[in-house]
Design a protein around this ligand. Sequence first.
Ligand code: ADP
Ligand code: MG
Length: 413
Amino acid sequence: DELSMNKLSRPCRMMLLVNPQSGKGQALTLYNNHIQRMLSEAGIQHTLVITERQNHARELVREADLSQWDALVIMSGDGLLFEVINGLLERPDWEEAIQIPLGILPGGSGNALAASIHHYSGAPQVSSEELLVSCGFLMCKGLVSPMDLVCIHLSSCPRVFSFLSLAWGFVADVDIESEKYRHVGSARFTVCTLVRLASLRVYKGKLAYLPATDLPKHEEGLRNKKTLHCNNQPPTSVPGRPSTVSPRVNTFHNSCHSNNSLKVRKVESTPSRSTNISLTGPSDSLLPPLDQLLPSDWVVVQEEDFVLVLAMYQSHLGEDMMAAPGSTLDEGVIHLFYVRAGISRAALLKMFLAMEKGTHLANNCQHLVHAKVRAFRLEPYTPKGIITVDGEVVEYGPVQAEVHRGLARIITG
Ligand code: ADP
Ligand code: MG
């Protein structure tokens, strides 16, 4: 299958986006020490773009002349790739734009996709600079594979596309609270997990999902190729305005989450040409509007008290957290996990420790549930809380998601 796996051409013109603030603030040093020479020796011409602020990369790829580039590679954490993917899908030519090979070099504190790709390559789990160097070699090999993206609907934001995870409850809290421990790098998650265990909370809400049945691959492909407008959004046409205005709406609303004790990166809002939601990107065929009832083939989870809900579409949640060991790059499946309330602190700690090796599912924990799904909806009842998408805070409230198989392409080595 020519599209499912191919190779970067040589010479290769690569745009390498580096976030100098990511991780411990050492991404540029890491680039100079490890990556520059490696890429040059592999014959990869690359242009370094140093991001200056949040959303810089997103705006840049939204406007860029993509015919100038053979690959867009980011050296940062998962947050910067999130911007690049959403920037590409906000373009009027999104269908072609999202085909450009993407790449990720772990330079942040949350390097889950890099760790996942490294795992898919069959290499043993490593972290920090070892992971970076190993991912650098994979990058030089330049094999490109399709990667699933998940479209996420929030109640008052445009759709966003996610490549990694959606979290509510324990995992989301840890992800955001650990921001203040950034200086310790990826260890921030471990530190914060222990802190959170001491003050375990229960979150109330309703969870429902559409189970994954085995669909032939070509059928999935057809579904993703449809270019109808998203069917779940409020009317977007304004008289006299073309409906293809490129969206300028910032999609992160930090103001919506109300736990004042948490420090959340301030999100800058770009001037909005239109307050309408995005008309670009593939349509979602499985999701009714967020405020309407779900079809009868969806499963409604009976429990309403959770410690966490976690949707994963890659294997790793962090460099040393294999939260979804069964997940692959492009199977078109969301691995939905939830932990029911009533789990003991000891059992939860055991679960997180086992995640390092991905053995938590084999532990027979009665409170941990795993389902393979194509779509899900979560309606939090607990009035305050955090939802993260790919590790970044999004609007707190009802949320639903659908997987788009193999929508993006990523360098896997
Ligand atoms: P980390 O894993 O360390 O959090 P990320 O790649 O997730 O690294 O980056 C975190 C955030 O930093 C992203 O939301 C990104 O938009 C933002 N960002 C990118 N460039 C800059 C910059 N120059 N200064 C500050 N923030 C930036
Ligand atoms: Mg991040």
